[in-house]
Design a binder for this molecule. Structure first.
Ligand code: BES
Ligand code: MN
Ligand code: ZN
Length: 500
């Protein structure tokens, strides 16, 4: 699917369908809608006056023009209240409209750039949000569906029409950014959508190598022997019960540029989390194929950042393994030695994520980074605390917190800071080892973060995204299952850091 940008009057577009946005509380119609309204003898005014279409967010109305305009059909989409208009309103409206066009089986359509005339957001941000909403809504994962695409009903081309030619240059920048971000998020979704019998640690490593080859990145994949050498007892320990070999993926962008700031991203890559010996209940266990979504998010961000050519030295680390029960599996009470030499008593083998992350966080130190961000489906407690709407953020650096709050607001992958109080670590005292990896009754997300903190020697952010990376119900620009969450906020954070 191709998204194009041009300037002109959308009402003059020769198209199968054109999309117009309408605010809920607007006194009159916008310029293009007014022109079309006139051509249609006041049809748009009428359905709004009659109350059939109010312009509420996600509302749609399809009109047939019977030859009165250059376009065959007009699709009205609600933008919600103008006072609440945000980049997210644009994504939601663009996604809602694109899905409807897809259902109609129309191959190409033109659309207004919603809110472009308002001056509330830059033309670049506005166009970027249009591209994100459209591109992400039309995402499909059909690799394992035999009859996909059989009906030939697929949107092939979308034309975004900007009415003000002076916004074109900025708009082009938004188009480029939007496309890179859609590609990055789609990669994240693909990796998460592949079920665990396909998406093994070896598969993830191969995907990383492919990503590196096609985008000029450096890629190194450490095998278990190399992990042994480095003393990565956490990653190796978790992997013990699995027949699939663990991998430690290292992707590097601008590897030879010592003049640039170094940032390290770390993503949890558990390709299936059965819980190991402390096995999970059967209900919903299939969801645990998405336990590598943090790893997928950093790979998606890597794709977006390298496509955008950001002036940063960026490293992505993905410790990847299955967490399975078998005769050699890690047992509760076992003690592991992690990469920094510390010994850790394993309590519940289902708390595997923090063990593999701890080794990766130790490894990250060798880059002498300005900042390290880890992203992980780490604790069910994150879901209990924050539900569906906020990433749980922990950090030892207030400037980084602010940067993530800002990036979250812009991308609508919003964060909420949770405490990293020292006393949480009191729950991790062990009489047999340097520490336990789990303990306490409440505050599971905080205690997991307190554990990770013990392996950190630089400015750091931990993003707990458990429960946010997959969905059983589709949303305006998010089809069922993999949401791709993480790729966009990481990319935004990095763009802001690079000033691009
Ligand atoms: N991958 C899970 C966290 C998770 C839970 C993700 C629900 C998505 C939805 C993680 O490895 C885990 O099992 N965490 C345990 C930790 C506990 C044993 C201390 C949890 O949160 O229950
Ligand atoms: Mn687990
Ligand atoms: Zn897990």
């Amino acid at each position: 699917m191709e998204i194009k940008l041009k300037t002109g009057e959308v009402q003059k577009e020769q198209a199968e369908l054109i999309v117009l946005g309408v605010f809920e509380d607007q006194a009159g119609l916008g310029q293009s809608a007014a022109a079309i309204d006139q051509a249609l003898d006041g049809q748009i005014t009428q359905i709004t006056v009659d109350g059939d279409f109010k312009g509420k967010a996600k509302e749609l109305a399809l009109l047939y023009t019977a030859g009165h305009t250059a376009a065959k059909r007009i699709l009205l989409v609600g933008l919600g209240k103008e006072s609440k208009f945000s980049l997210e309103s644009i994504r939601v409206a663009a996604g809602t409209a694109a899905k409807r066009v897809h259902e109609l089986g129309i191959k190409n359509f033109s659309t207004e750039v919603f809110g472009a005339g308002l001056d509330k957001f830059s033309q670049a941000d506005t166009v970027q949000a249009m591209v994100e909403g459209t591109g992400l809504a039309l995402y499909e994962f059909t690799e394992l569906k035999s009859d996909a695409n059989d009906n030939g009903k697929k949107v092939e081309e979308v034309t975004l029409v900007l009415s003000d030619p002076s916004g074109l240059q900025e708009g082009e920048a938004g188009l480029t950014a939007g496309k890179a971000i859609v590609a990055g998020t789609s990669l994240t979704r693909d990796l998460v959508n592949w079920p665990a019998n396909f998406a093994t640690p070896t598969f993830l490593a191969q995907q990383a190598q492919k990503l590196a080859e096609s985008n000029g990145l450096a890629c190194q994949v450490l095998d278990e022997a190399a992990m042994q050498e480095l003393g990565m007892g956490g990653l190796l320990g978790v992997s013990e019960g699995s027949d699939q070999p663990a991998k430690f993926i290292i992707l590097e962008y601008n590897a030879n540029r010592s003049d640039l700031d170094t940032i390290v991203l770390v993503g949890k890559g558990v390709t299936f989390d059965s819980g190991g010996i402390s096995i999970k209940p059967a209900d919903d266990m299939d969801r645990m194929r998405s336990d590598m979504a943090g790893g997928a998010a950093v790979m998606g961000a890597m794709l977006a950042v390298s496509t955008l050519g950001l002036p940063l030295h960026l490293v992505a680390l993905v410790p990847t393994t299955e967490n399975m029960p078998d005769g050699r599996a890690l047992k509760p009470g076992d003690i592991l030695r992690l990469m920094n030499g510390k010994t850790v008593e394993v309590i519940n083998t289902d708390a595997e994520g923090r063990l593999i992350l701890a080794d990766a966080l130790c490894y990250a130190a060798r880059y002498n980074p300005k900042a390290v961000v880890d992203i992980a489906t780490l604790t069910g407690a994150r879901t209990v605390a924050l539900g569906d709407q906020a990433i749980g953020l922990f950090s030892n650096d207030d400037d980084l917190v602010q940067r993530f709050v800002t990036a979250g607001q812009k991308t609508w992958e919003r964060v909420w800071q949770l405490p990293l109080f020292e006393e949480y670590a009191d729950n991790l005292q062990s009489f047999a080892a340097d520490m336990k990896h789990q303990g306490g009754k409440g505050g599971g997300a905080c205690i997991a973060a307190a554990f990770l903190d013990k392996f950190v020697t630089y400015p750091w952010v931990h993003l707990d995204v458990a429960g946010l990376v997959s969905t059983e119900t589709e949303r305006p620009y998010t089809p069922r299952w993999a949401t791709g969450l993480g790729a966009r906020i990481l990319t935004q954070f990095l763009r802001d850091w690079a000033g691009k």
